[in-house]
Design a protein around this ligand. Sequence first.
Ligand SMILES: [Zn+2]
Ligand SMILES: [Zn+2]
Length: 385
Amino acid sequence: MAGGENQAEYVNGSSITSSILAAEGVEFLESSEGKVPLSSLDQKTICLFFSANWCRPCRAFIPQLVKLYNTLRNTDRNLEIIFVSFDRDENGFREHSKLMPWLAVPFDINICRRLRNHYHVVRIPSLIPLYSNGEPVEGDAVQLIEDYGIDAFPFRRERREELMAMDKMKRQGGKLDDLLVNGSRDYVVSGDGRKVLVSELVGKTIGLYFGAHWCPPCRAFTIQLKEAYNELKISQNRTFEIIFISTDRDQEEFNLHITSMPWLAIPYNDKTQQDLCRIFDIKGIPALVLLGPDGKTLSTNGRALISSYGAKAFPFTESRRVEVEAALRKEVDGLPHQVKDPKHEHVLRLDKAKAYECDFCKGQGRFWVFSCDKCDFDLHPSCLD
Ligand SMILES: [Zn+2]
Ligand SMILES: [Zn+2]
């Protein structure tokens, strides 16, 4: 480990930071009220913020950083942020500065370039927390802040490791409260506006469904999931529940969305939505994470289980999957791989199918189909001559 890593040194005394800034040619800093002397940095936790007005991800990140900055300043943390510009001209710098309540290095292309080089900044936005010796604590903290918000403070490796360990605990600990409760909100909501206590869900098999109304593959998956859900809940009376975790764009879209769903949801704009995406490493939607009655993760690929097997996949264990797969193979034991049936002019081939309509009896089909390569003709195996 490099020197200067104890908390006291990190939090207090930034005279060395100001001397690094001075050595790179910075004479004073700017705030919205005017010039600020470098000595004002003393006794503060300093972060350098590299950003530019032409950079869309920078503009998208700033509101989150402003919120975090204001909150931390109000809770008496000695945080100061200094904007170092990647702008091409003074106008861009001025426009960009308007978005930020913190300090700025006055616009000077050469000085900004030297600071970029000094701190090895290769992309923006970049937020570099500094030790009191003026050197970076560890690289860029933008991702850490995007993942954890204000909990990321003071943006150090130890904090990152602590947060990741907490996520792992929540993922593996088997406690629904840890996953679904946020502060005083100890319930989830239903489409018709009821509140259901998280404690009532303990002991059930749970599906966490990540989706959004604007996403066409989600709409298609919702139909499959509803079919399995109704089969399990209504026909089979299983202790099963689905909690929807929304990435809808606004409250109205969310409301519209959940009223069309038979299951429960985390309320809109609740921090838990982002936390669950991070904890289960959700990279795309739709996604379905399945938790067993003990609260532990059974599968993070519930989408494939539901698409392939529907309600048959319950209780979503690996041994059940193997069993269903074997049963499905047995169904077609003794059936030919291809067949010429008098009901259709072309040869039909046996294939796995998600959902289809039989072109002979017009009934729904699943799992297996005799289908034609040349046209769209589908036939139930049971409808063969
Ligand atoms: Zn049929
Ligand atoms: Zn055909």
